[in-house]
Design a protein. Structure first.
Length: 211
């Protein structure tokens, strides 16, 4: 790829978009950013500083000077941080600050793969290719439950499904940058696909539609 190539991947939690995004980045030699990790990092910094999560001014200040090393902190993958990040993600000023970081990342040569919930609609509306990766709530809950079970979580599958559906509701109904497919996004439903098959389908879309 001679010019900067940007691939935007959106979708709900546990749809497979992160795994697919990392695999595509490796295949095409692009940088990869899980944009959700930025929100989790802001939330983690706020929790450690004992700052109320609904303090938009504090969250904005932290987002402006965010320590990106926090995105690799194992704690950001906890259920506690997922809930905290959902609160942070609803704050418009935080989204505005993190959008700057994401857009700068997208301009790295030779390009980047960014996954999140508003990449194709807000962060990179001019992305070369946009994917919307989804799966049924029940399938996504099952995937998440197995991950949590392996990590020793006591949550039941029913509780995980309730969490998934509550998160979907928050993401799709928030006033700022709600989760939705971009008008020109290619839909990839992974409900009945293995990760290898889903990855192959994503590659087929890219190869068919990139200029």
């Amino acid at each position: 790829m001679s010019k900067i190539f940007v691939l935007a991947i959106d979708g709900p939690a546990a749809s497979g978009k992160g795994t697919i995004g990392r695999m595509l980045a490796e295949k095409y030699g692009l940088d990869y950013l899980d944009t959700g990790s930025l929100y989790r990092a802001v939330a983690l910094q706020m929790l450690r500083a004992q700052v109320p999560l609904d303090s938009e001014s504090s969250a904005e200040a932290i987002a402006k000077s965010l320590d990106l090393d926090l995105t690799s902190d194992p704690e950001i993958r906890s259920s506690r941080l997922a809930e905290a990040a959902a609160t942070i993600a609803a704050l418009p000023k935080v989204r505005a600050q993190l959008k700057v970081i994401q857009r700068q990342f997208a301009q790295r040569h030779p390009g980047a793969v960014l996954d999140g919930r508003d990449i194709g609609t807000v962060v990179c509306p001019d992305a070369d290719i946009k994917l919307y990766v989804t799966a049924s709530p029940e399938i996504r809950a099952k995937r998440r439950f197995l991950e949590l079970q392996a990590a020793g979580s006591p949550l039941s599958e029913a509780e995980v499904l309730a969490d998934v559906m509550a998160r979907d509701k928050r993401d799709t109904e928030r006033a700022t940058s709600p989760l939705k497919p971009a008008e020109d996004a290619h839909l990839l439903d992974t409900s009945n696909l293995s990760i290898e098959t889903a990855f192959g389908s994503a590659v087929d879309i890219i190869e068919t539609h990139r200029g």
